[in-house]
Write a protein that binds this ligand. Structure first.
Ligand code: AMP
Length: 314
């Protein structure tokens, strides 16, 4: 953890994923939003990441040891009687879309996040994609964080509009994909959809567009970060969570949320998303060193460096 780094609390799913990829089938892969986000955040921040989630008795302790070995505090991971949350997804041949074949909530069904006393003053909070009522419950247990970021999905947008609207009124930044932004606002144009969503609570909104990058909307207007161009994509699972973890990891490490740090954080977010998709499950994130990140950030800076002012000639 760098000297000015501040702790980051991440709440979300920890899972076994069954992944049907065009290249083959993978079973019992370590997954879950909190897993991807915490691995990503911890690599960027160099530590200071605290996770709250739930696993069953079938969850191997070495998975949690693996997180701890990467500087992640897992004291907030509850082990309950029963089976771990399980998700089964199948990807299309071009990996551009996926279908959920099965979701078994198991111990996640009765999950009620309990924030340990030592975590309650965490200045940075990432609310992974869980029931919006539980996201609000987390906020009831923490003391005035400096930044609250949340993710959500179509399931809650359709099924729990009231709880979602309460959650939105209590967060600073919402990170969702373009389809979700359109669904939430009922507006197709993303600029207008963003303006509508920002009126509902979060002063900042990030709209992820997969291989087409991401857009930040805040009081400064719109800002774009591309996705890092890769030769080979193996598995997009967890890319969005890795993006959010990278973003928060950078902000927590810098200990501030200014418009300029937020714009830089987006490059770390996109870089972490790009690493995630290079391996099946979190395998690439687990093998990553900070020097790999540093090299990708240098390459990223070259990708978007046009060499100075963009002045109209003549
Ligand atoms: P992403 O690819 O960023 O959407 O995240 C994929 C991860 O989300 C997988 O590892 C799944 O275990 C997890 N996941 C899938 N469905 C749910 C759900 N309904 N609630 C919480 N986590 C989920």
């Amino acid at each position: 953890m760098t000297s000015s780094a501040l702790p980051l609390l991440i709440v979300g799913s920890i899972a076994f994923d069954d992944l049907d990829m065009p290249s083959g089938e993978h079973r019992d892969v370590l997954g879950g939003a909190a897993t991807y986000s915490s691995l990503s955040a911890s690599l960027v921040a160099g530590g200071g990441v605290r996770v709250v989630g739930i696993v069953g008795t079938d969850f191997p302790e070495p998975h949690l040891e693996g997180l701890r070995a990467r500087g992640i505090d897992t004291a907030g991971v509850e082990r309950a009687a029963g089976k771990t949350f399980r998700w089964h997804g199948r990807y299309s041949a071009d990996l551009a879309s996926r279908t959920t074949l099965d979701t078994q909530l198991n111990v996640f069904a009765d999950f009620s996040p309990k924030i340990p006393a030592a975590y309650r003053t965490s200045p940075f909070v990432l609310l992974g994609n869980i029931h919006p009522r539980l996201q609000v419950d987390v906020l009831e247990q923490v003391q005035k964080p400096r930044l609250v970021v949340a993710d959500t999905m179509n399931f809650w947008i359709e099924g729990e509009p009231q709880a979602l609207s309460q959650m939105l009124s209590r967060i600073d930044l919402l990170v969702i994909n373009d389809e979700e932004a359109r669904q939430l606002s009922g507006i197709h144009n993303l600029v207008r959809a963003a303006a509508d969503i920002r009126k509902r609570g979060p002063s900042m909104l990030i709209v992820k567009r997969g291989e087409f990058g991401a857009l930040l909307f805040d009081e400064g207007g719109a800002f774009f970060v591309p996705a890092y161009p890769l030769e080979e994509v193996l598995d997009p699972t967890g890319a969005g969570d890795s993006f959010a973890g990278g973003l928060l990891g950078y902000l927590a490490a810098r200990g501030e949320v200014t418009p300029s740090t937020l714009r830089k954080a987006l490059y770390f977010a996109s870089a972490m998303g790009s690493f995630c998709v290079e391996g099946i499950g979190p395998s690439r994130l687990l093998a990553l060193r900070r020097s790999d990140l540093s090299a990708r950030i240098t390459a990223f800076a070259r990708l978007v460096d046009h060499g100075g002012e963009l002045a109209l000639p003549g």
